[in-house]
Design a protein around this ligand. Structure first.
Ligand SMILES: [Ca+2]
Ligand SMILES: [Ca+2]
Ligand SMILES: [Ca+2]
Length: 404
C-alpha cells in the first residue's frame, strides 16, 4: 500500500528507494527488539542470581523423627519445679552428671546411627528445659562432626515441668498452645493438671509451607477408661488449632505427630483428631475432614508398636503421624488446595535400632520369633538392675518431598 502511494512521476526509482528505506527501518527495529530482549534477559538472570544468593533455598525433601525420649532431666535442682526432684543426685534414682551425660550420648547415638541419615527435624517429648535440648543438639553435633542444629523450645504447663521441643537444621517458627478450653470442666482449677499444652513448628519444604503439630497427651496413669476424657480434651484442643491454621493457610502441609497415649484405633484419635487409617474411608466419606493416620500403612502387629506394656505383655501404638489426605495421594472431590507436598512412599516406619531392643527370650507372649518382638530398652533401673538403654518408646520416622 505504501509502495503504491509513492508511485508518481518517477515511479520506479521512488519505489526502489522506498523499499530500501523500509528495509533499513525494519532492520533497525528488529535490532532494537533483539537488543531489548538481550538486555531484559540479562537483567532477569541477574535478578534470579541475586535472589538465589540472598535467600537460601528450602530443602525439597526432608526427614522427620518423632521420639518420646523419656525424662531428659538435667542434674540441677530447679527450685520452682518439684517435678525435677526425683532427678537429683540425692533422690532414689541417684541421677547425676555422669548419668545425664550418658543419657545424652545414648539419645544422640540413636539419632545419628539408627538410619542412613540424621533427621532434618527431630520432634521430642519429655525434656526438662531448653538447656537439656541444647545439650542434646551439641551432643549430636559432636557425633556427626557438624554444626549444632537449631533448638526450638518453650516451657509448658506440665506438673513435672516436662516439655515438647524441636531440634532441626531447618529455619522455622515454634509456638506452644493449650487445649484447656476443651477440657470437660474448663472452669476447674484442676484444668491445667488434667489437660496438656501442645506445640506447632512451622517450616518450609521447597516452596511449600509445612506445619508440624507436636502432641504429648495425658497418660493412662489412673486407669485407661478413667483418664480417657483427658485425652479426648487434648484431641479436641489439638484439632481445633489444626483447623484454625488450615483456614488461614489453605495450601499448607499439615502433619500431626506425638505420643498420644492412645492407640491409632482409639476414640480420641478417630473422633477427637478425626484421623482414619483407612484409605477408603478417607477418600469416600466427605462428611468428615479427615487426617490420614500413617499407621494404616504398616503391615504387622510388630511393625506398629512403639511402646511395650509389660503388665499385659502387649504393644501400644501411642506414637503416630497423621497428615492431610492429599499428602499421601488420596484425592477428595471437595479438596481445593494447591498443596504439592507428598509423603515419600513407604518412608513412614517405627525406628528399630538394634541396641535399643531389650533382648529377653522370656518376653515372648505368643511363642513367636519376629525380629522386633523385643521391646524398647529404657535408660533406668528395671527390676533392680540398671539398664543402659535409651527410652521406653521407639521413635517414628517419615519423609516428605515437595513435588513441583
Ligand atoms: Ca533439674
Ligand atoms: Ca525442684
Ligand atoms: Ca520445663
Amino acid at each position: 500500500m505504501v509502495r503504491e502511494e509513492m508511485v508518481g512521476a518517477d515511479g520506479n526509482r521512488n519505489v526502489v528507494k522506498t523499499r530500501r528505506r523500509w528495509r533499513s527501518i525494519a532492520f533497525a527495529c528488529a535490532m532494537a527488539l533483539v537488543c531489548a530482549f538481550l538486555v531484559s534477559a540479562g537483567k532477569n538472570g541477574a535478578n534470579a542470581e541475586e535472589s538465589r544468593a540472598s535467600e537460601k533455598p528450602a530443602a525439597e525433601k526432608i526427614s522427620i523423627m518423632w521420639w518420646n525420649i523419656e525424662n531428659l532431666f538435667d542434674f540441677v535442682d530447679d527450685p520452682d519445679n518439684d517435678g525435677d526432684d526425683e532427678y537429683l543426685p540425692g533422690a532414689p534414682s541417684r541421677w547425676n552428671e555422669a548419668r545425664y551425660n550418658r543419657k545424652l550420648e545414648r539419645l544422640a547415638e540413636l539419632i545419628t546411627k539408627a538410619e542412613d541419615k540424621v533427621p532434618d527435624v527431630i520432634c521430642m517429648a519429655e525434656v526438662e528445659n531448653k538447656r537439656v535440648v541444647q545439650d542434646l543438639a551439641n551432643k549430636i553435633a559432636e557425633m556427626t562432626g557438624g554444626d549444632s542444629m537449631k533448638v526450638y523450645h518453650e516451657d509448658m504447663h506440665d506438673a513435672r515441668g516436662i516439655d515438647l521441643a524441636v531440634i532441626s537444621r531447618l529455619d522455622g517458627d515454634y509456638r506452644v498452645f493449650d487445649s484447656t478450653d476443651y477440657f470437660v470442666d474448663p472452669e476447674s482449677e484442676e484444668r491445667r493438671k488434667t489437660s496438656r499444652d501442645h506445640a506447632v513448628f512451622k517450616t518450609k519444604v521447597g516452596d511449600q509451607d509445612l506445619f508440624i503439630f507436636l502432641n504429648h497427651w495425658k497418660s493412662r496413669s489412673g486407669g485407661r477408661e478413667e483418664t480417657a476424657a483427658r485425652r479426648m480434651a487434648c484431641a479436641r484442643g489439638a484439632r481445633a488449632e489444626i483447623d484454625r491454621v488450615r483456614r488461614a493457610n489453605p495450601n499448607a502441609g499439615i502433619l500431626a505427630t506425638g505420643d498420644f497415649n492412645d492407640d491409632y484405633t482409639d476414640a480420641s484419635i478417630a473422633f477427637g483428631m478425626q484421623s482414619s487409617f483407612s484409605e477408603g474411608t478417607v477418600a469416600g466419606d466427605l462428611e468428615v475432614d479427615y487426617l490420614f493416620n500413617m499407621h494404616g500403612t504398616l503391615a504387622t502387629y510388630y511393625d506398629k508398636g512403639t511402646l511395650f506394656y509389660w503388665p499385659e505383655r502387649g504393644w501400644n501404638t501411642f506414637d503416630q503421624v497423621m497428615v492431610l489426605p492429599r499428602m499421601v495421594g488420596i484425592s477428595r472431590s471437595n479438596d481445593r488446595s494447591r498443596l504439592t507436598l507428598r509423603v515419600v512412599d513407604k518412608s513412614f516406619h517405627v525406628v528399630h535400632y538394634d541396641a535399643h531392643a531389650f533382648h529377653d527370650p522370656s518376653n515372648d507372649p505368643r511363642g513367636r520369633a519376629e525380629k522386633y518382638l523385643d521391646p524398647p530398652l529404657a535408660f533406668r533401673e528395671i527390676r533392680g538392675e540398671w539398664q543402659d538403654g535409651f527410652s521406653d518408646h521407639f521413635p517414628v520416622w517419615i519423609e516428605l518431598e515437595s513435588s513441583r
